[in-house]
Design a protein around this ligand. Sequence first.
Ligand code: SF4
Length: 458
Amino acid sequence: MTLTEKILARAAGKTSVQAGDNIWVNADVLMTHDVCGPGTIGVFKREFGQTAKVWDRNKIVIIPDHYIFTADSKSNRNVDILRDFSREQGIEYFYDVIDDSNGHWVFDAAKGNMKRQYGSRYAGVCHTALPAKGHTRPGEILFGTDSHTCMAGAFNQFATGIGNTDAGFVMGTGKLLIKVPETMHFRLEGKLQPGVMAKDIILHCIGEIGFDGATYRAMQFDGEGASNLSIDDRMTIANMAIEAGGKNAIFEFDSRTAEYVDARVKLNGTKSTYEPVARDKNEKFVYELVVDLSKLEPTVACHPDPGQRKKAKDMGDTKLDRAYVGSCTGGKTSDFVEFARVLRGKKVVIDTFGVPATPDIVNDLQSTYWGNSTIWQILVDAGVQMTENAGCAACLGGPVDTFGRINKSGIKCISATNRNFPGRMGDKESQVFLASPMTVAASALTGKVTDPREYLGN
Ligand code: SF4
């Protein structure tokens, strides 16, 4: 069996499964957020009863993160719905925006959207927060009401996005019927060259197979090149499996996985035991691709979908209006470090926005010094508009007052986010080009798509 099949077989109580089997699996964690949480709760109450109790209050994680820092009252109300439900059900892992468990969330537009407006429990973007708060464990099954739930495949677990109806069912029963996906094999060899990042790996792979090339398939990444990647890098890659239509992504378990997971579960006091899965000799794949990481170059996915692959060095005539670094896939500390490495001591020439994925990342950037300046200050000095309000922000557009949202037609934006279908970041007539944080930085300095290797060593 492949890694994915092994996890699914175990969760179904079977000794083996194969692609195409329909099986009932037990969930280890169900995650939901402010956009889909109210709908999921509605399905749960409708189907199981107004006074029903969730299947396991310690296995449900609720993370408001999407439409948070907005004066839109319906969005604010969604956070209140999550709070009321969490209180009613005794759900401990509700990462509220405010500290008052009986209060109401209201964004204060008068304070502006740069200075932090959240309490001590707020965790930021769900997919980055889940592992950071110790909710991702090797060998487990994670369902989430968000397509980028696949990011947790970085931790050798089966993680996939589901709709509100399925999530309402999982909430009540802890089970879900799953068709075992076929597995595509991506063997990574060698090491990335300077100026090339994990984002370039996944943009390369999606470019090979197209934005629907992995539809309802598992994407398994392994090999020596995968072992060389940091946990943040693996998260970046796993996050974007869905951009090729993938059901899930999965990496092997190794000492890096163990070190990360063990530290995070200890920190947050979550379940500390887990059982990873290892590769079999006789895995069956439907597709194989060997990627020599040392040959990859800075890559861009052009408008209008993540499969429109080009090399940054061939796109110098593409003028840009805006640059953006943020989201679950591109707003991690390591992403901002590489962003700052290119921007340090220089000035951006187009509107450039930085949105850390979580409050912990804001703290990292504000407390890590390079010389006399923090990384945060280096970015601000370079002209980047940095917000302390960690969250999804303009990654998916959101209400019109969302920080960094594209509100004008015709804008071309280079972005370290993960999705660029028309209208994704706001206006339907805008264009989004996906790239690594380093490529975004170099492009912000010139106002056109630029290969970051031009700035290395300067
Ligand atoms: S940052 Fe973007 S991709 Fe990630 S969960 Fe939020 S909206 Fe989705």
